[in-house]
Design a protein. Structure first.
Ligand SMILES: [Zn+2]
Length: 197
Protein backbone atom coordinates (compact mmCIF):
# COMPACT_ATOMS: atom_id res chain seq x y z
CA UNK A 1 0.00 0.00 0.00
CA UNK A 2 2.87 2.36 0.79
CA UNK A 3 4.28 1.81 -2.68
CA UNK A 4 0.89 1.99 -4.38
CA UNK A 5 0.02 5.32 -2.73
CA UNK A 6 3.56 6.80 -2.58
CA UNK A 7 3.62 6.88 1.20
CA UNK A 8 6.38 6.29 3.70
CA UNK A 9 5.88 3.05 5.61
CA UNK A 10 6.58 3.98 9.24
CA UNK A 11 6.50 0.93 11.50
CA UNK A 12 7.13 1.62 15.17
CA UNK A 13 9.75 -1.15 15.38
CA UNK A 14 11.76 0.30 12.46
CA UNK A 15 11.48 3.82 13.86
CA UNK A 16 12.78 2.68 17.25
CA UNK A 17 15.70 0.88 15.61
CA UNK A 18 16.53 3.94 13.51
CA UNK A 19 16.39 6.28 16.52
CA UNK A 20 18.71 3.96 18.45
CA UNK A 21 21.12 3.64 15.49
CA UNK A 22 21.30 7.43 15.16
CA UNK A 23 22.34 7.66 18.80
CA UNK A 24 20.19 10.77 19.34
CA UNK A 25 19.13 11.67 22.91
CA UNK A 26 15.70 10.26 22.05
CA UNK A 27 17.30 7.07 20.70
CA UNK A 28 19.28 6.62 23.91
CA UNK A 29 16.07 6.89 25.94
CA UNK A 30 14.41 4.25 23.78
CA UNK A 31 17.49 2.03 24.00
CA UNK A 32 17.25 1.87 27.80
CA UNK A 33 13.81 0.31 27.58
CA UNK A 34 14.64 -2.05 24.73
CA UNK A 35 17.84 -3.24 26.44
CA UNK A 36 15.88 -3.94 29.62
CA UNK A 37 13.30 -5.85 27.57
CA UNK A 38 10.64 -3.39 28.70
CA UNK A 39 7.76 -1.87 26.78
CA UNK A 40 8.52 1.68 25.61
CA UNK A 41 6.00 3.95 27.45
CA UNK A 42 3.24 5.74 25.50
CA UNK A 43 4.66 9.18 26.12
CA UNK A 44 8.12 8.30 24.76
CA UNK A 45 6.68 6.31 21.83
CA UNK A 46 4.60 9.33 20.81
CA UNK A 47 7.60 11.68 21.02
CA UNK A 48 9.60 9.35 18.76
CA UNK A 49 6.77 9.10 16.21
CA UNK A 50 6.36 12.87 16.22
CA UNK A 51 10.05 13.62 15.77
CA UNK A 52 10.86 10.85 13.27
CA UNK A 53 7.66 10.87 11.17
CA UNK A 54 5.04 13.55 11.76
CA UNK A 55 7.55 16.41 11.86
CA UNK A 56 9.27 15.12 8.69
CA UNK A 57 6.52 14.42 6.18
CA UNK A 58 2.74 14.48 5.66
CA UNK A 59 2.55 11.30 3.56
CA UNK A 60 2.92 8.12 5.60
CA UNK A 61 1.32 4.94 6.85
CA UNK A 62 1.76 4.41 10.57
CA UNK A 63 2.13 0.70 11.31
CA UNK A 64 1.91 -0.40 14.94
CA UNK A 65 1.00 3.08 16.15
CA UNK A 66 -1.23 4.19 17.82
CA UNK A 67 -1.62 1.05 19.91
CA UNK A 68 -3.33 2.60 22.95
CA UNK A 69 -5.98 5.25 23.56
CA UNK A 70 -3.31 7.55 24.99
CA UNK A 71 -1.22 7.20 21.82
CA UNK A 72 -4.34 7.94 19.75
CA UNK A 73 -4.87 11.15 21.70
CA UNK A 74 -1.18 12.06 21.38
CA UNK A 75 -1.34 11.62 17.60
CA UNK A 76 -4.48 13.71 17.35
CA UNK A 77 -2.81 16.47 19.35
CA UNK A 78 0.42 16.50 17.31
CA UNK A 79 -1.59 16.67 14.07
CA UNK A 80 -3.87 19.39 15.47
CA UNK A 81 -0.83 21.53 16.28
CA UNK A 82 0.08 21.32 12.59
CA UNK A 83 -3.51 21.85 11.38
CA UNK A 84 -3.47 18.34 9.91
CA UNK A 85 -5.84 15.40 10.14
CA UNK A 86 -5.63 11.69 9.51
CA UNK A 87 -7.14 10.51 6.22
CA UNK A 88 -8.22 7.14 7.54
CA UNK A 89 -7.71 4.58 10.30
CA UNK A 90 -7.89 1.03 8.95
CA UNK A 91 -9.05 -1.71 11.32
CA UNK A 92 -8.28 -5.25 10.17
CA UNK A 93 -11.14 -7.19 11.68
CA UNK A 94 -10.31 -10.77 12.66
CA UNK A 95 -11.88 -13.13 15.20
CA UNK A 96 -9.76 -14.19 18.17
CA UNK A 97 -9.94 -17.80 16.95
CA UNK A 98 -8.48 -16.97 13.53
CA UNK A 99 -5.91 -14.58 14.97
CA UNK A 100 -4.83 -17.34 17.36
CA UNK A 101 -4.60 -19.89 14.54
CA UNK A 102 -2.61 -17.56 12.29
CA UNK A 103 -0.18 -16.45 14.99
CA UNK A 104 0.51 -19.80 16.66
CA UNK A 105 0.94 -21.59 13.32
CA UNK A 106 3.95 -19.54 12.27
CA UNK A 107 7.24 -21.38 11.89
CA UNK A 108 10.65 -19.98 11.10
CA UNK A 109 13.78 -21.63 9.68
CA UNK A 110 16.62 -21.80 12.21
CA UNK A 111 19.18 -21.31 9.41
CA UNK A 112 17.90 -18.95 6.70
CA UNK A 113 14.99 -17.26 8.52
CA UNK A 114 12.33 -18.27 5.95
CA UNK A 115 8.77 -18.04 7.32
CA UNK A 116 6.07 -20.70 7.08
CA UNK A 117 2.63 -21.45 8.46
CA UNK A 118 1.60 -25.00 9.35
CA UNK A 119 -1.81 -24.54 7.70
CA UNK A 120 -1.66 -21.55 5.33
CA UNK A 121 1.92 -21.85 4.00
CA UNK A 122 3.21 -25.30 4.95
CA UNK A 123 6.68 -26.53 3.91
CA UNK A 124 6.84 -29.51 1.52
CA UNK A 125 8.11 -31.71 4.33
CA UNK A 126 6.87 -31.28 7.90
CA UNK A 127 9.26 -29.25 10.06
CA UNK A 128 11.88 -28.85 7.32
CA UNK A 129 12.79 -25.70 5.36
CA UNK A 130 12.06 -25.88 1.60
CA UNK A 131 14.86 -23.47 0.82
CA UNK A 132 17.79 -24.84 2.82
CA UNK A 133 16.68 -28.09 4.45
CA UNK A 134 17.27 -26.88 8.01
CA UNK A 135 14.89 -27.45 10.90
CA UNK A 136 11.88 -25.18 11.50
CA UNK A 137 11.00 -23.86 14.94
CA UNK A 138 8.08 -22.07 16.59
CA UNK A 139 8.76 -18.35 16.50
CA UNK A 140 9.37 -16.91 19.97
CA UNK A 141 6.35 -14.61 19.57
CA UNK A 142 4.12 -17.48 18.45
CA UNK A 143 4.03 -19.67 21.57
CA UNK A 144 0.41 -20.25 22.61
CA UNK A 145 0.63 -18.49 25.99
CA UNK A 146 2.45 -15.51 24.41
CA UNK A 147 -0.25 -15.21 21.72
CA UNK A 148 -3.03 -15.50 24.30
CA UNK A 149 -1.44 -12.64 26.27
CA UNK A 150 -1.06 -10.52 23.09
CA UNK A 151 -4.73 -11.00 22.23
CA UNK A 152 -5.71 -10.03 25.78
CA UNK A 153 -3.53 -6.91 25.57
CA UNK A 154 -5.11 -6.08 22.22
CA UNK A 155 -8.67 -6.31 23.61
CA UNK A 156 -7.82 -4.19 26.64
CA UNK A 157 -5.44 -1.60 25.24
CA UNK A 158 -5.85 -1.36 21.47
CA UNK A 159 -9.48 -2.26 20.81
CA UNK A 160 -10.82 0.96 22.46
CA UNK A 161 -9.22 2.84 19.55
CA UNK A 162 -11.89 1.38 17.26
CA UNK A 163 -14.59 3.44 19.01
CA UNK A 164 -12.21 6.42 19.24
CA UNK A 165 -11.80 6.58 15.45
CA UNK A 166 -15.42 5.64 14.79
CA UNK A 167 -16.54 8.70 16.77
CA UNK A 168 -14.32 10.85 14.58
CA UNK A 169 -15.67 9.33 11.35
CA UNK A 170 -12.20 8.07 10.41
CA UNK A 171 -12.60 4.33 10.89
CA UNK A 172 -12.70 1.88 8.00
CA UNK A 173 -13.08 -1.84 8.69
CA UNK A 174 -11.44 -4.42 6.47
CA UNK A 175 -12.39 -8.07 6.97
CA UNK A 176 -9.05 -9.81 7.52
CA UNK A 177 -10.36 -13.40 7.37
CA UNK A 178 -10.20 -13.80 3.55
CA UNK A 179 -7.05 -14.67 1.60
CA UNK A 180 -4.21 -12.07 1.51
CA UNK A 181 -4.95 -10.93 -2.08
CA UNK A 182 -8.54 -10.21 -1.21
CA UNK A 183 -7.62 -8.33 1.96
CA UNK A 184 -5.14 -6.25 -0.06
CA UNK A 185 -7.81 -5.35 -2.64
CA UNK A 186 -10.29 -4.34 0.08
CA UNK A 187 -7.60 -2.23 1.76
CA UNK A 188 -6.81 -0.51 -1.53
CA UNK A 189 -10.49 0.39 -2.01
CA UNK A 190 -10.70 1.86 1.47
CA UNK A 191 -7.55 3.91 0.90
CA UNK A 192 -8.72 5.10 -2.52
CA UNK A 193 -11.86 6.47 -0.89
CA UNK A 194 -9.80 8.32 1.72
CA UNK A 195 -7.10 9.47 -0.68
CA UNK A 196 -8.31 9.52 -4.30
CA UNK A 197 -5.36 9.15 -6.69
ZN1 LIG B 1 15.91 -22.38 5.65
Amino acid sequence: MAERFHLEHASTGDIFRRAVAEGSPLGREVEEYLDAGKLVPDELTSRVVEQMVVAQTTDYILDGYPRTLQQGRDLEEMLRRRSQQLDVAVYFDLSDELAFERLTGRRVCTECGANYHVKFMPPEKDGVCDRCGAELEVRSDSAEDVVRERLKQFREKTYPLVAFYEERGLLERVAAAPAPGEVARATEQVMLRARPQ
